[in-house]
Design a protein around this ligand. Sequence first.
Ligand SMILES: Cc1cc2nc3c(=O)[nH]c(=O)nc-3n(C[C@H](O)[C@H](O)[C@H](O)COP(=O)(O)OP(=O)(O)OC[C@H]3O[C@@H](n4cnc5c(N)ncnc54)[C@H](O)[C@@H]3O)c2cc1C
Length: 1015
Amino acid sequence: MSTAAHLTSPLPTRLTAADLEAIENATQSIGRRLLDEALSAQPTPISPDWWVQQAGEWATGDDDLKVRLFRLVDCMPMLDDPAALDRHVREYLDDGVVERLPTALRMALQAARSGVLAPLAARAVRAATLAQARRFIAGSNPDEAAAAALAERRHHRAFTLDLLGEAVTSDDEADAYAAAYTRLLTDLPPQAAHWAHDPLIDDGIDGPLPRVNVSLKLSALDSQFDAVDPRGTSDRVLARLRPLWRLARDRGAQVHVDMEHHATKDLTLAIFRQIAAEPEFRDWPHCGVVVQAYLRESPRDLESLAAWARGRGTPVWVRLVKGAYWDAETIHAEAAGWPVPVWREKWRTDACFEASTRYLIEHADALRPALGSHNLRSLAHGMAVAEHLGLDRRGVEMQMLHGMGDPEKVAVTGAGWRLRVYMPYGQLVPGMAYLVRRLLENSSNDSFLRAGFVKHVPPATLLAPPAPPALSPAGSTDAAAAVAAAAFHNQPLADFSIAEVREALQREIDAADRRFAAGPASVPLVIDGVRTAAPESFERRDPSSRDRLLARVAAADAAAAERAVAVASAACGSWRARGFAARAAILRQAASIMRRRRFELAALEIAEVGKGWREADADVAEAIDFCEYYARESERLGRPVRIDVPGEENVNGSVPRGVAVVIAPWNFPLAILTGMTAAALVTGNTVVMKPAEQSSLVGLALHEILLSAGVPPAVVGFLPGRGEAVGPALVAHPDTALIAFTGSRAVGLEINRRAAEASAVGGRLVKRVIAELGGKNAIIVDDDADLDEAVVAVVQSAFGFQGQKCSACSRVIVLDRVYDAFAARLAGAVRSLRIGPARDPGARVGPLVDEEARDRVATFIDLGKRTCRTLVAVDPGPLAAAGWFVGPHVFADADPLGPLGQEEIFGPVLALFRAADFEAAIALANGTPYALTAGVFSRSPARLARARESLEAGNVYLNRGITGALVGRQPFGGYRLSGIGSKAGGPDYLLQFMVPRTVTENTLRRGFAPPPEPA
Ligand SMILES: Cc1cc2nc3c(=O)[nH]c(=O)nc-3n(C[C@H](O)[C@H](O)[C@H](O)COP(=O)(O)OP(=O)(O)OC[C@H]3O[C@@H](n4cnc5c(N)ncnc54)[C@H](O)[C@@H]3O)c2cc1C
């Protein structure tokens, strides 16, 4: 479990204080020798190492320059066209930035730019960048990598080869990754048999070590690698991993499993343990896994690995590293509102590395220690511990990365320790993520390499034991914490990488199953707190499994609407009198009930509308956000504003509109119904809630929560039913003042018309309509885009919840130069999506909500097949007989003005368009009557600026998916035919539910007035 309580357990040790003191003394002397040796071999300005260090150095201390340089570096491999290259260099290194470059580089760029040499200068920058990338990459193919590995052996250094390939988006790519390792493990060991024996690197404690050693990333063995589904992921990974392990074992090679992000750490360890304990591998010692000391929970992982390895009976290798994703882990956790899994201070990571080193060496019979670091203090400490405990040097090894710290490698090898070099190889495009990680490390103030070899920090400081810095900025931290606490925070999504979290949702799914197995639920009308049946009712079935009857739902009619409005109308005065603060308190109480019942509500959504695990959880979290956010906002907006002058008092306040009708959709069954209802209630309106007929159970749950939170029964009525039967009566009723609707364009426009007519014909007020309608949203993929990210985001935006979101991507517009490459990768990724019942955490595509939705989507698919080129058409197979399943489809060459280019489909259907240039792409994106969401993937600052300004959508997303707007952070809503009203979850939303009112009093009596109130 990854909760805070488990993060900081110290590792047990048999070492005494005297042992530790002796180890520290030895660390100092070993460290000093290594450092002296390495410094004497330090790179000179003519060596590539020097340039690598300098590049990091230029970027350090100037965050803007650092970001620009790293971003430019990142897109370089895509820029093989000279004009595009020149444009990007100019955009990233514009005149303002060039001024801040080191003199030599600045003068070179300025001279080149002033004349015909501009393209040459750009090409020089690209060549230099790619050369730098190649510094860290040991070759572009297995032959080059093998040659580089052999070169290392000539320096008496062992190697481990790693094939670059982090973003695997399809089964084909995962197969290709496995195939590349198969080739490597087939071809290299026979060659290695002829290499000369080198005792320093070939002799292990129990005999010869494999000469061929490979490292691999488990996430690259499965396109759907996801901790939410450990069983499915493990099965698929193991199916590709077992043959590789067999091959390695049979050919006498070693396989090491790398560690990636924290979210996949537990799953990676579990898969490693599973395969290593299988009977065929149980006695195989030549396998290993990485532990990252920057993770707070790494001590616990080490202890559990040691206990497991003892049970296995054969040791495994543990490569102890500090961790390569520190920035990403910190940013990701902070953005998600999760506990940050890494230590926040560098000295803690170092201390954890040293404690883990001691632990590993003390348990070297079970866990073979491999210490991966370029920090000579960390390594010297490891050497000192090994010597102190009398561990044979052949039983431990030091490891470093290719292209980093070469002088240190000379020092470590020279001191007689086995050193293994980690050598990534492969193409530059997948290698850029790796390169940027290396650049980040090299330019970090906390880097040992930078401190020792660029900043020339004194040896005593470099070799000092890890300890807190003398000065801690406690004051500023407290102030920052106070500001942060006052701000609105989104409810963090569930972290399904944590086993307990997965189990909690599974328990609720099982509990819901038991309830439904006992018989269908019954959903009544609730008016004035009284639950009543209706003359008519309808059935709601599980869309994943339509044989399962979930509920019988009372269908409200016009008479029920009349009663509900009458009750709500009568309750207006008392609810208004409650005041903003009391109503806000009730919303907060509702939020806290939802928090308590979070997984129960999510399980209900999974059953009732077919939402997948993450989508269902996100919907509940958003509902909580709406309650909390609108509670805060109502207190801000509800506070009357005084503008007094002598003799005159002015109070600008607001009053509620009256009875609000809330008509909600099923696709965000809790969040949208909660959002509209909470906004109406907190501003003092009474409400008649009409949930979608497909999500009446969730609607009823919300109604119960609101009553338990303290909303008086007369203030919120609950009218399930068919929209066409009850909707018109509510909209046209003379006593309803406001209609908040989210749903289809046709129904929204009809409501708007009906409300206007009712106001015109004998009404007492002009009804206010807030309508959130559809979208025909596009993502543009520019020709310099990161295709890995674009494919993942398009797939998520188009097929998340089967495309049944108004924000979903239903058009992707790709620039000509990358169209074919993108289309091929997209097709592979979409074909690899797993279809399954919503309750299956591994299902990426679940059922559509009902038969009508299935049939409607089917007509678009028929049309696509007849009029377009079918790129992907996935058949759901036997699932189609069980539920309302439709496989994902992608169509190319659709008519932009035809139905696939213009109409909202609300299903897993995506149309792919080719654009000649960026302007054409923008024109295509804007070429529908909708304006809801839109996105762009581009690495050109100028084009991103152009998209910012010209994409017509209420929510424009740059370099990310276009769904999943967060309350407060991304207020949501569109314009044109996408809706009327201001954005949900934004600072203006509540104003629509209130009527502004000004009261002015003349306070002058016979020449005397009280002093004005301060504003
Ligand atoms: C052979 C080998 C294999 C590797 N395999 C992996 C792998 O599978 N997975 C992986 O993640 N990494 C891996 N690494 C990368 C390794 O984690 C980085 O190279 C390493 O983090 C750099 O640390 P250092 O000990 O060389 O240098 P140092 O300069 O001593 O430490 C830098 C490290 O300290 C940590 N750090 C930086 N700032 C802070 C801070 N403010 N608070 C807390 N900690 C901080 C970070 O981990 C950073 O990388 C591997 C490294 C080697 C040598």
